[in-house]
Design a protein around this ligand. Structure first.
Ligand code: IMP
Ligand code: MG
Length: 183
């Protein structure tokens, strides 16, 4: 790859922006119903879930708060290192709160399993997870997910917050990417 060039090559649109919007609205309604009368704390996982979290909290329309946590497992490669590292912590205590983890995608399940363990030790009142995309066939560790947007095939995707090497997050559709095109 040329230095400074945007990595990979975009392929077909897997989930168009209109479908994403409809599904996020559905997820928001489900959360609104399930958390009626409560004041949940949404925890978005940086940076991939930034766009999803912003849309989801508005779709839920609850009196809620929003915070973020950073984890890193991939570096710039499209292959998981299997090691999850906390890169930025929450700015508030979650003790006694109804926490909803918001993540962009589950692949092996390691990131979500790590986050559930990590947040579980901080004594939240409840802990749920909402994930936009689930690569079901790639699961290596079992982990509970309460809300799933779409089950997707085993392909690398970018857009709607998801990146490759830091790029493509601002695409409005979820698009298949060839991370290492031959030419
Ligand atoms: P896991 O720990 O293997 O489940 O991987 C989850 C993390 O890997 C997500 O938070 C994403 O950042 C990243 N990831 C997995 N698959 C993709 C993909 O297709 N596109 C972009 N990021 C991905
Ligand atoms: Mg991520």
């Amino acid at each position: 790859m040329e230095a400074g060039a945007v990595p990979g090559r975009l392929g077909r649109v897997l989930i168009a922006r209109q479908e994403v919007a409809i599904r996020v609205a559905d997820l928001g309604l489900a959360i609104r119903r399930d958390y009626a009368g409560r004041f949940p704390l949404f925890v978005g996982i940086l940076k991939g879930a930034l766009v999803f979290a912003a849309d989801l909290v508005r779709a839920a329309g609850l009196p809620s708060s929003l915070d973020f946590m950073g984890v890193s497992s991939y570096g710039s490669a499209a292959q998981s290192s299997g090691v999850v590292r906390l890169t930025a912590d929450l700015s508030v205590s979650i003790e006694g709160r109804d926490v909803i983890l918001v993540e962009d995608i589950i692949d092996s399940g390691r990131t979500l399993a790590y986050l559930r363990r990590n947040l579980g030790t901080r004594h939240p009142k409840s802990l749920a997870a909402c994930v936009l995309l689930d690569k079901v066939a790639r699961r290596e560790v079992e982990v509970a997910v309460d809300y799933v947007g779409f089950a997707i095939p085993d392909e690398f995707v970018v857009g709607y917050g998801l990146d490759h090497g830091g790029y493509y997050r601002s695409l409005r559709d979820v698009v298949v990417l060839d991370p290492n095109p031959a030419d």
